[in-house]
Design a protein around this ligand. Structure first.
Ligand code: KG4
Length: 341
């Protein structure tokens, strides 16, 4: 089954063609990061406008690079939640138009479920059950994936995503936007004693996380130093922040797997690119004899191939939409699509 998949939930326009959930025939991406860098973060209106500008051309390109025409496509998949509402609407309406005109099924895909599916593309043998941490600029959660469409949230951030914390600190340090990768590089330059940044614990919710207080405390440290004329070591700040985020994430991922009696764990989302977090999770997985699945960086960040992969399993489970499909800005990943959403 060949699915043409569309992703426009944030500032990346992406279109891919995926066969039977596992084989990527083409995957095109237009990143708007440079346009938003000017403002230090994603401007929703700019994101929507740029999705409109490139989505048709990108779809043509995805078909061309897969050596296919619209007549070869069996279904259209689209990210319908969660994300920036205007950005999502562009993809959803474009997908509805394609589905209607080609008279083929329309498959709605939750963005987080798509991130989880990136592992199915990267590792042919990878299948549920497993624990998956999805860590990006907009989301941070740990999920138990019992089956391809059966997901339960073990824990999640109560406020900011880990990537948001990296991006905002990076901005204050003058590292540009999105600054996660630059912060990662800077952190690698430091090997001394670290700042003891907060690692919040939420009473009664051991798997939930919080990054907003951490973000504020690091930014306050930088501002206070500036005001008092104190010299700070930016690499030390970066390394201390990465260590704090890693200490928040990794014990929870490992405990979640132990608690749910699972020995396979996965890490995905843009923050899965972080070299320190990857290394720390690899060590923790080794120490516990867990199998670890971290997709390559090209699949960790937003892309449409992951949406096409998950769409295959959503379709197989009967989750299809009609022309009433609407975009949803906020929706938990454990909720399966139904037309009443
Ligand atoms: O999944 P993604 O491409 O988009 C969504 O947010 O959905 O993730 C982007 C996030 C940004 O916050 C970016 O700074 C972060 O991933 N990121 C990193 C690294 N590379 C990208 N964070 C830490 N270390 C990195 N090497």
């Amino acid at each position: 089954m060949k699915i043409l998949a569309i992703e426009t939930s944030c500032d990346e326009t992406a279109v891919a063609v995926v066969s039977d959930g596992r084989l990527v025939l083409s995957s095109e991406l237009f990143s708007q990061a440079d346009m938003h860098a000017l403002y230090g973060g994603v401007v929703p209106e700019i994101a929507s406008r740029n999705h409109i500008a490139v989505i048709s051309k990108l779809t043509e390109l995805a078909l061309k690079n897969a050596s296919l025409t619209t007549g070869d496509i069996d279904a259209i998949a689209v990210t319908y939640a969660p994300g920036l509402i205007g950005a999502l609407l562009v993809g959803v309406n474009f997908a509805k138009g394609l589905s209607l005109s080609l008279d083929i099924p329309l498959i709605p895909v939750h963005h987080i479920r798509g991130h989880i599916a990136s592992g199915y593309i990267a590792f042919p043998e990878f299948e549920p059950p497993f624990i998956c941490a999805v860590v990006s600029g907009g989301n941070t959660l740990i999920a138990e994936v019992t089956d391809y469409t059966k997901i339960s949230i073990v824990g999640q951030t109560r406020d900011d995503a880990a990537g948001e914390c990296f991006d905002k600190v990076a901005r204050v340090l003058g590292l540009g936007y999105p600054g996660g990768a630059a912060l990662d590089k800077l952190a690698a330059e430091y090997s001394g004693k670290l700042f003891d940044f907060t690692r919040p614990v939420i009473e009664g919710a051991p798997f939930d996380m919080s990054f907003s207080g951490l973000k504020t405390s690091v930014i306050n440290l930088i501002h206070n130093a500036k005001q008092s004329g104190t010299e700070l070591n930016n690499a030390k700040i970066a390394a201390s922040l990465v260590a704090a985020v890693s200490d928040i994430l990794i014990p929870r991922i490992i405990s979640a797997a132990k608690q749910r009696n699972l020995s396979a764990i996965a890490l995905t989302g843009g923050v899965a690119a972080n070299s320190f977090i990857r290394a720390a999770l690899t060590k923790a997985a080794d120490d516990n004899n867990f199998s670890l699945y971290i997709p390559p960086l090209s699949l960790c960040g937003d892309n449409a191939a992951m949406i096409g992969s998950q769409a295959y399993y959503e379709y197989s489970a009967g989750f299809c939409a009609d022309m009433t499909l609407d975009a949803v800005a906020s929706l938990s990943a454990d909720i399966c699509y139904n037309s009443a959403t």
